[in-house]
Each structure stands twice: as structure tokens, then as C-alpha cells.
Design a binder for this molecule. Structure first.
Ligand SMILES: Cc1cc2nc3c(=O)[nH]c(=O)nc-3n(C[C@H](O)[C@H](O)[C@H](O)COP(=O)(O)OP(=O)(O)OC[C@H]3O[C@@H](n4cnc5c(N)ncnc54)[C@H](O)[C@@H]3O)c2cc1C
Length: 403
């Protein structure tokens, strides 16, 4: 942690407890978690070790740390949460252990900020307790979804109900057996201006007409048991009170959801890249090629040194974006969040790629966490908006072409 952004006493104490919990519970639990899922009969079931670790984390007060709300969450600022998310990011399974996993965190923020008391009672409560999971269904196979004005699903009013017609994909978490809720984005008023056409609606996973069509893979990883799925909503009928906030207000909700969500991904990527660097160093010290350890050879030295520089650059930018988010909110910190969303996934891909190279063949195999980590980091150059969209928005704000 850099001295430029000193930690509060509370965040420092939490980080120490979190690091101990990671070392004593989560990292040893990884093997049992993966062993459970390797049995094909268990593929889409929840490893019991996960629920055990969640109960322990909750008991230890390491729960909902992402949520700034003082009673419902830990009441931490983004700047205080950043180093904690970095610690969690070291393991692909850790965020869930602490109920700080996407997409539930973003969905909980939506329900907290925009949900009605009845919606909060039915859905936010069990999500905060880690009893259920949820999914966010915006992206569609048939339109370029990086431009969200293209989203074409329909949410049509019919008497006291809304009827949802949609084909979505990349709906993360849809295949999790504990997923009980979809937040679905679609058009309520096709004649309104582009940013006032859409709304978001709460769809129970067991509503008639909801069909999880197939799991998708990321470079061959199905990311079971949560997965990313293609999902159909065939004339799914929900009561009108399931609409969030109101017709035409989908973009307002999407903006509120993605500010903190984007930066949380970046915080975790710093931790993942740091773990890859540590693995790279350990391997370079222990592996002898052409008479000397890899660590004594220029190429490995360059990989190690550049990775350390790039991780620290990204860490500082993340902390700076978190501090801005605390000071001026989502809208004011838009550029800072855009910058770190451009920088962190590229940095993590570069560092993990170098770590793979230093590990040789082992690096791309199932015997190392690096291949799966690379798949995760690479997909974050797409998820929550591809690099190019953030690059275009950042440049547009700085250099408007003359009319
Ligand atoms: C692992 C994973 C998990 C995901 N989870 C979810 C989820 O839970 N819920 C959900 O709704 N979605 C999710 N997504 C989807 C993700 O948000 C979309 O893939 C992303 O927004 C891009 O949309 P698209 O795939 O339709 O690409 P398109 O919109 O077709 O864009 C394709 C490419 O065009 C280029 N491009 C786009 N705009 C510009 C521009 N302005 N300038 C230059 N080039 C441009 C970019 O290179 C972009 O990658 C997930 C994706 C992945 C890979």
C-alpha cells in the first residue's frame, strides 16, 4: 500500500484480518472447491466448502465489505475498500466468500438505491445475507450491446403486469442453482428519445417462460457453478410493481450500477496480477535453465521488473479513482473510472501473460491458476463495456471535434 493514500485505522485492521482469513481459510479451501467441481456429476452444484467459508466469513465480520451503507454494509469508503478488494482479488473464489462478488454486488446497489421497500424486502435482504444469488441481463446476441441504446428486448405493459420478451446472453450467474433473480433491461417506450426508452424489471428465476438455454464458455472455461448463460424470456409475466424506478429510467439505473462495479473489478485485478507476479518470481528463482536460475536471466528479470512497475502504476490509478469517487460521486469521477477500466485489465493481461511465459508449459495447464486467471482478466476487457467504448468516451470529453 502506498503512502500516498494512507489507510484508515479501521481499514488497516480489516485488511489484516482479511489477509489472515485468506491464508487460513480461502487459499486452502480452493483445492477442495475445485476438486468438488471436477467430478462431472457435481459440475453445476455448489461445493459445500463455499457455504462453510461464507458462514465463517460472516461470523468473522468480513461480510458485505463493498457496501458503503453504514447499517446494511461495512460503511467503508471506496478508498478504504480498494485494498480489501485487492486482497480478495488474489483468488477467483474469494469475493463470493465475503459476499462481495459480481454481479450480486451491483444488483444489491441497484436494489438499495432504486428499489422500492417491497423490492428490497423480497430481494435485497436475502442477497445481503448471501442466501440467494442474482444475475444482470442486459447484453443481447442480436445487437451490438456495447452501445446500450441498441438493447431491443421488450418490457410491455399489460393491465397490472409487465410482459418480458427477450433473448439475452453473457448473463453471468444464470446457471448457479442459487440464482433466484434476474434484473432484465428492455424497451418500455420505443418512441421515446434513445436514453429514455429502456427500463429494468425484476424477474424471478422460476417465472414461467424463463429458460436458461445454454452455458457459454470463456476460452473453454465454463466458470461453473455460476457460469455465463444464454437466457430466453418468452412472454414472461411479472406484476407491474416489479419494475424498478419507472418506465424509461433504465439508463439512470445502469449508470448508478456501473460506477462502483467497474472500479471493484479493477481493484480485484490488481490483486490477481500481484499473485501472478509472486508466482512468476518464485518460479524464476527455482527453475534452472542453461546453467542458471531463470531469475538470473535478462528476459525473466525484465518480465518481473516491468510487471512490478505496471501493477504499481495501476494500483495508484485505482486508488486515485476510488478517492475521486468518494469525493465527487459517480458522475464527477467518470473519467477516472474510465481510465482505470482501460488500464487495469490490460495490465493484468500483460502481467499474467508474462507469468505464463516464465512458467513454460505449466503456465497454460490446469496445474497453475494462471490460465484461468488470464481468461478472467481478458474477458474484463469486454465486460462492463469494452476498452474502445471507454477510450472513445474519455477522448470525446477531452477533444471534441470542431463543428
Ligand atoms: C465473461 C463475461 C461476462 C459478462 N457478464 C455480463 C453480465 O453479467 N450481464 C450482461 O448483460 N453482460 C455481460 N457481459 C457482456 C459484455 O458486457 C458485452 O460483451 C460487452 O458490453 C460488449 O458487447 P457485445 O459483446 O455485444 O460487443 P459489440 O457491441 O458487438 O462490440 C464488439 C466490439 O466492437 C468494438 N467497439 C464497440 N464500440 C466501439 C467504439 N465506440 N469504438 C471502437 N470500437 C468499438 C469493441 O472492440 C467491441 O469489443 C459479459 C461478457 C463476458 C465476456
Amino acid at each position: 500500500m502506498t503512502d500516498l493514500f494512507p489507510l484508515s485505522d479501521r481499514a488497516r485492521a480489516l485488511r489484516e484480518r482479511l489477509e489472515r482469513f485468506m491464508a487460513e481459510v480461502v487459499l486452502p479451501g480452493e483445492a477442495e472447491y475445485h476438486a468438488h467441481l471436477e467430478d462431472p456429476a457435481n459440475r453445476w452444484t455448489i461445493p459445500p466448502v463455499m457455504e462453510r467459508m461464507k458462514a465463517q466469513a460472516r461470523e468473522a465480520g468480513l461480510w458485505n465489505l463493498f457496501l458503503p451503507h453504514p447499517e446494511l454494509g461495512a460503511g467503508l469508503s471506496n478508498l478504504e475498500y480498494a485494498p480489501l478488494a485487492e486482497v480478495m482479488g488474489r483468488s477467483l473464489i474469494a469475493p463470493e466468500v465475503f459476499n462481495c462478488n459480481a454481479p450480486d454486488t451491483g444488483n444489491m446497489e441497484v436494489l438499495l438505491h432504486f428499489g422500492s421497500p417491497a423490492q428490497q424486502e423480497r430481494w435485497l435482504k436475502p442477497l445481503l445475507a448471501g442466501e440467494i444469488r442474482s444475475a444482470f441481463a442486459m447484453t443481447e446476441p442480436d445487437v451490438a450491446s456495447s452501445d446500450a441504446t441498441n438493447i431491443a428486448a421488450r418490457i410491455e405493459r399489460d393491465g397490472g403486469d409487465y410482459v418480458v420478451h427477450a433473448r439475452k446472453w453473457w448473463t453471468t450467474g444464470a446457471t448457479d442453482p442459487r440464482c433466484k433473480l434476474f434484473i432484465v433491461m428492455g424497451v418500455t417506450d420505443p418512441d421515446a428519445p434513445p436514453h429514455a426508452r429502456h427500463a429494468m424489471v425484476l424477474v424471478p428465476a422460476d417465472a414461467p417462460g424463463v429458460k436458461v438455454v445454454r452455458p457459454l464458455t470463456v476460452f473453454g472455461y465454463d466458470d461453473a457453478p455460476h457460469g455465463h448463460a444464454e437466457v430466453r424470456f418468452d412472454a414472461v409475466r411479472v406484476p407491474a410493481e416489479n419494475l424498478i424506478l419507472g418506465e424509461g429510467r433504465g439508463f439512470e439505473i445502469a449508470q448508478g450500477r456501473l460506477g462502483p462495479g467497474r472500479i471493484h473489478h479493477c481493484m480485484r485485478l490488481i490483486g490477481l496480477a500481484q499473485r501472478a507476479l509472486e508466482a512468476m518470481v518464485a518460479r524464476a528463482q527455482s527453475r534452472i535453465a542453461f546453467g542458471k536460475p531463470l531469475a538470473a536471466q535478462g528476459m525473466a528479470q525484465e518480465a518481473i521488473a516491468l510487471s512490478r512497475c505496471e501493477i504499481e502504476q495501476a494500483r495508484l490509478l485505482t486508488l486515485s479513482a476510488a478517492a475521486q469517487l468518494d469525493r465527487v460521486g459517480n458522475k464527477g469521477a467518470k473519467d477516472a473510472i474510465g481510465m482505470i477500466k482501460i488500464v487495469a485489465p490490460r495490465m493484468a493481461c500483460a502481467v499474467i501473460d508474462r507469468a505464463i511465459q516464465v512458467h513454460g508449459g505449466m503456465g497454460v495447464s490446469q496445474d497453475s491458476f494462471l490460465a484461468h486467471a488470464y481468461a478472467g482478466a481478458r474477458s474484463l476487457r469486454l465486460a462492463d463495456g469494452p476498452d474502445e467504448v471507454h477510450i472513445a468516451a474519455l477522448a470525446k470529453g477531452m477533444a471534441r471535434p470542431p463543428r
